[in-house]
Design a protein around this ligand. Sequence first.
Ligand SMILES: [Zn+2]
Length: 368
Amino acid sequence: MATFGEIPTHLTWAFETIAEGVFATDVVWRMAKERGLKCQRNTFWDLIRNPIYCGKIVVPRDEHTEMYLADGKHKPIISESLFWDVQDVLNARKKAQQVKIETPENLPLRGFLYCPECLKTLTGSPSKGRTGHYYYYHCKSPCKSRFSALKINKDFEDGLMAFLPKPGMAELFKEVIMDATSNDTLNFEQERKRLVSEVSEQNNMLTKLRTMLLSDDIDLQDYKIMKTKCDEKITNLESKLKELKENASEISDMGQIIDEALEKLQILHDLYIEGDISDKRHVTGSIYDEKWTIFENKGRTGKINLAVQLIYQINTAFGHKKARVRTNSGLVPLAVLRSKRFKYDLIRISKILVRKELLEQILQKTEW
Ligand SMILES: [Zn+2]
C-alpha cells in the first residue's frame, strides 16, 4: 500500500483525467509519471481501483457479513463521486475491449453522435454501392436513422473552424482573464494574512490556557474542553490556508496555461484534418463535453467545454472587426497537441472561469 505522502496531487490529477474518458488508462499513467508520480504500471492499476483514496476502507467479508465499504478515518484525496466516475470509465472500457471495434478512417465520429430519434449512440459502417463504399452513421434496430458520414464529417470540420482563435483574439482572451484575476492576487494575500493572524491568536490562547492551568485558575476539565476548541479552530484555519494557497497557485499559473491552450487551439483544425483516427477522436473529446446530437442532418452539440465556448464567443465578437489573417498552421508540430494534456488545461481554465463567474465579466468586455 502506497502512503499518501507525495502521491495526492498527481494521483488526484490521474483520477480526474481518467474520469474525462479521453485518454487510455496507460496513457494517463505515463502522463502522471511525467508529472512526477512514482509508481509502476501494475501499482497504478491497483491504486485507481482502491476506494481508500475517496476515504473508504474495504471491510473484508467474514462469516456474518459480505464485504463492504466503510468510512475510513483518513482524509480522502478525491471525492467519492470522482472515484465512482473512474470505476465507470474503467468498467465500460473493459466491456468495450471485449467487443473490440476498430474505428474506420471514414467514421471518426463514431461513438460521439447521438441519434436524434431515440437518443441512443449512433454507430457507423460502410455500405457497398455501385461505385464503391459509402459510409454511414446509423442507429441500431428498430430505429432506422441513417446519415451520410461524408456530410456529418464535413459539418463537424466546419464547426471546428469556429473555435480557432482569430488574430488578436488570443491576446485579448488572455488579457481579460489576467485582468479579472489580478484582484485575486491582492485578495488572496489579505485573506492569507487574516487566517495566519487567527492561527496565532488561537496559539496565544493555548499558551494562556496552559498558564491558567498551572496557576490553578482553571481546572483540568475546563482546560481540556477549551484546548479541544482551540485545536479544532486551528485545524480548520490551516485547511483553509492550504486551500487558499492551492487556489492562488492555480491563478498564478493562468498565464502559462492560457498561452498553451491557445497555441493548441490554433493547431486544432490541422490536427483534426491531418491527424490519424485517434487524433481525430482526441480532438473531438477535447472540444465537446458531450456527444453530438444530429439535427436536420447537421451535428449539434449540447455542451461545449466552457473555455472553448468563451473563445467561440470572443471570436464572434471579433467577427465584426476587420481582421488581418495570420496563419499559424504548420509552425507548431502536431505532436504538441497530442502530448501536452490539452483537454486537462482547458478543463482547468473552465473550472477557474466557473468558480470566478468570469465568463460574464469577460463577455461584457468583448462587446465592442
Ligand atoms: Zn435511433
